[in-house]
Design a protein around this ligand. Structure first.
Ligand SMILES: [Zn+2]
Length: 336
């Protein structure tokens, strides 16, 4: 049975066993005497060491000392942070009196011993370290989740309004400025922006969030178009500011209440604008939206040779699959 007194500075003095003080007193007066028995080297355990290192637990029969705190922590299975215990003080016992003071100091400063002092101290006071840590972690999780939602809603606002997310510098971007503005009204966001750890604000995270939102919008469109059943496709090609060819794909469909809808499905970058490539882009888009050429009733292109050429253009390819897909050249309003 081990009893112990926590840290050296008495702040954490803890007694697990009701009888520990009696045992200690008995041991210090009856068993130790003023000095313990001498070892073969002539050195011996000194009682005054216990005054300085309260956790020392001397076994006169073995002539060894243990760490009462670490042993108690071990027996209560409270160790969870430390992976390396000090076996000399928790298992086999320590008896090298020549280097005793130096070794006691090193044990006292070891991470495992400090964990034991904390855990056993909390156990004696009836507080649960794990639950305290869990509570702090839960608060962190709530903070992180709220911040992520605010980051996502800020991106959604910028995309909804067609505003650029980035700027010439990161701090001057619309995204950073919007978050800073929201931080003025939200302490939680303000605290998040001043963090030094992860903040989920990098361009890669921005892209991922925007892609997720785009997928959600696509799923809604997909349901709407599927309900309308028939649709027309509209393709156009253009070069962006970096002279990369991009193909825009739009669908036009009429709802059951006879509302005409036009939905932009996306820009698709391509290195080539041959009819084959453009047709493959169209096919790929329709497959992603789970739409069949069976229900295609119109096609509208911009008049360029690649798109509307009778023989090699996309129109011909679409017509081969669905003859009912009426072709209209660049007058999208009449495809329905
Ligand atoms: Zn210890």
């Amino acid at each position: 049975m081990f009893c112990f007194l926590g840290q050296q500075n008495h702040d954490e003095d803890v007694c697990i066993s009701p009888s520990c003080s009696q045992e200690n007193d008995a041991m210090s007066t009856a068993d130790f005497g003023s000095e313990t028995s001498a070892t073969t080297s002539g050195r011996r355990f000194r009682v005054e060491w216990k005054n300085k290192f309260k956790w020392l637990d001397y076994s006169p029969t073995e002539d060894k000392v243990y760490c009462a705190t670490c042993k108690t922590c071990d027996s209560m299975q409270l160790f969870s942070f430390s992976t390396k215990r000090d076996e000399a003080f928790t298992g086999v016992g320590y008896s090298n009196w020549k280097k005793a003071i130096q070794r006691f100091h090193s044990h006292e400063s070891a991470f495992a011993h400090r964990e034991a002092v904390m855990k056993v101290g909390h156990a004696a006071r009836g507080t649960n370290v794990s639950s305290q840590l869990s509570s702090a972690k839960a608060k962190d999780m709530i903070h992180a989740r709220d911040s992520l939602l605010q980051i996502a809603s800020s991106l959604r606002y910028l995309c909804r309004q067609g505003l650029a997310v980035r700027g010439h510098t990161e701090t001057e971007s619309n995204f950073a400025q919007l978050l800073r503005l929201r931080g003025e009204d939200s302490e939680s966001m303000n605290a998040w922006l001043t963090r030094t750890a992860y903040r989920w604000l990098s361009p890669a995270i921005q892209n991922e969030l925007i892609e997720n939102m785009a997928m959600a919008v696509q799923r809604v469109l997909q349901r709407e178009i599927a309900e309308c059943k028939y649709y027309s496709v509209m393709l156009d090609e253009t070069s962006d500011i970096s002279v990369l060819e991009q193909v825009s794909v739009c669908l036009r469909y009429v709802s059951r209440s006879l509302d005409v809808n036009e939905s932009f499905l996306g820009f698709y970058e391509t290195s080539s604008t041959t009819a084959d490539i453009l047709f493959r882009i169209l096919q790929d888009t329709l497959v992603r939206f789970q739409l069949s050429f069976e229900n295609c009733r119109g096609q509208c292109f911009d008049g360029a040779a690649n798109l509307s050429g009778k023989l090699s253009g996309v129109q011909t390819k679409v017509h081969e699959i669905q003859p009912k897909a009426l072709h209209v050249q660049y007058i999208v309003q009449v495809t329905h």
